[in-house]
Design a protein around this ligand. Structure first.
Ligand SMILES: [Mn+2]
Length: 403
């Protein structure tokens, strides 16, 4: 029968364990000091002591881990709070534009057929810098010039609409947005000499475009924006791409910001296109609008290329029982209307590239025209914006204050 150890016995054995090393040494020490405990009793007590020490160590380690996790949780909570605050600040910073007061429209005195005004936006190349010195004093461009030219364009355009209203019913406006809104990061020289980094240019040009559309809409019952997102300067890849060009593009972001900025303006509809071409129904006609890049050119406008592209597209359309009546293109920076449709100009004006590489005469201009539902477009107007240069702006205008 096993001898039952009293508390005093256990204390004695523990003393022995504390003063020696190992079960054998403790047992020997106890025998030397006149205690006749069995080896098994010493061994059992030894293990109990070891386990207690082990448990204490594990407890201490767990407590330390809890403290560390608590501190990490506190840090994460602070970070999460900061992220929420930044989110709130960003969302708070997008103050949507309220709908503008409508301008009183004079009653038409002549034709009662409702016609459509078209005011395309093409090739703003916002944040590109062109210096007078580099273009032989012909043209300059920067953000301040861009803002001043857009403000001037809006002023002239709205007055023109009022004049045209003396003869026509003009309830509706279409705004095709044809791309190259920013200078972008597609060439080394554009990155190196851009006025601001591209994300900043994207935010600012979105605000400028929203302002333009909202101002134009003051004169109409309904305004339709057709945003063609496929272009060349907004792409995120250095080399031209053909897949996902609508979404892998800064235009996708500009269009999203535009929707936010104009969300309180029910008089404005925004349609966006993933395809390189938008089929815009104006009156009874279909205007096929696109940025216009991809047609090969060498020194000048590729008229044969335009014809071949339109022929190719006509076959494609016919195969689906569709048609188009007129073409709208940006990209070429030229403002003109002719047998190949309408080229919608550019805001930036002649650059070193146009001067030295394309030999295209591209003064800063945007265009507008009216479409009769049966007779097609008329009153094509080229808005010359080259009167505004970096050296014609006042000190106040030089600050590039967005409207
Ligand atoms: Mn362009």
């Amino acid at each position: 029968m096993r001898y039952k150890l009293t508390d005093d016995d256990v204390d004695t054995i523990r003393d022995a364990i504390a003063q020696t090393e190992g079960v054998r040494a403790a047992h020997r020490w106890l025998l030397d000091h006149g205690h006749n405990y069995g080896y098994g009793s010493v061994q059992r007590t030894y293990h109990e002591v070891a386990e207690a020490v082990n448990t204490e160590a594990r407890l201490a380690a767990s407590q330390a881990e809890v403290r560390s996790l608590r501190s990490q949780l506190g840090y994460t909570k602070r970070q999460y709070g900061m992220a929420l605050e930044v989110n709130d600040q960003i969302l708070g910073a997008i103050s949507a534009l309220p709908p503008p007061a409508r301008v009183v429209r004079p009653k038409s005195t002549d034709s009662q057929t409702p016609c459509v005004v078209v005011a395309p936006v093409a090739d703003w190349h916002y944040a590109e810098v062109i210096r007078l010195d580099d273009t032989g004093g012909i043209n300059s461009f920067n953000r301040a010039v861009a803002v001043a030219r857009v403000q001037y364009l809006v002023r002239k355009f709205l007055r023109w609409v009022e004049v045209e209203r003396r003869g026509h019913e003009l309830p509706e406006c279409h705004i095709p947005v044809l791309g190259d809104m920013i200078t972008g990061d597609i060439h080394d020289e554009l990155v190196a000499y851009a006025e601001v980094p591209t994300p900043q240019a994207v935010v600012e040009v979105s605000r400028l475009l929203a302002w333009y559309i909202r101002q134009v809409s003051t004169s109409f019952q309904r305004t339709a924006v057709h945003f063609v997102k496929v272009d060349n300067h907004s792409r995120l890849t250095r080399k031209p791409q053909t897949k996902r060009r609508g979404t892998n593009s800064w235009n996708h972001v500009i269009c999203a910001l535009l929707r936010e900025l104009l969300r309180d303006n029910p008089q404005i509809d925004i349609v966006e296109y993933e395809s390189p071409r938008a089929e815009i129904k104006i009156g009874d006609a279909v205007y096929l609008a696109g940025h216009g890049d991809g047609v090969r050119a060498n020194f000048g406008l590729p008229h044969y290329g335009f014809t071949r592209q339109d022929g190719h597209l006509a076959r494609q359309f016919m195969s689906q029982g569709k048609r188009f009546d007129e073409r709208l293109r940006g990209h070429w920076h030229v403002a003109e209307a002719g047998v190949h449709g309408i080229l919608c100009g550019c805001l930036c004006g002649m650059s070193e590239f146009n001067d030295q590489r394309t030999s295209l005469w591209t003064p800063a201009a945007q265009v507008s025209f009216i479409v009769h539902p049966r007779h097609g477009w008329y009153n094509f107007t080229r808005w010359h914006l080259g009167c505004i240069q970096s050296n014609t702006l006042t000190d106040e205008e030089q600050k590039a204050c967005l409207p």
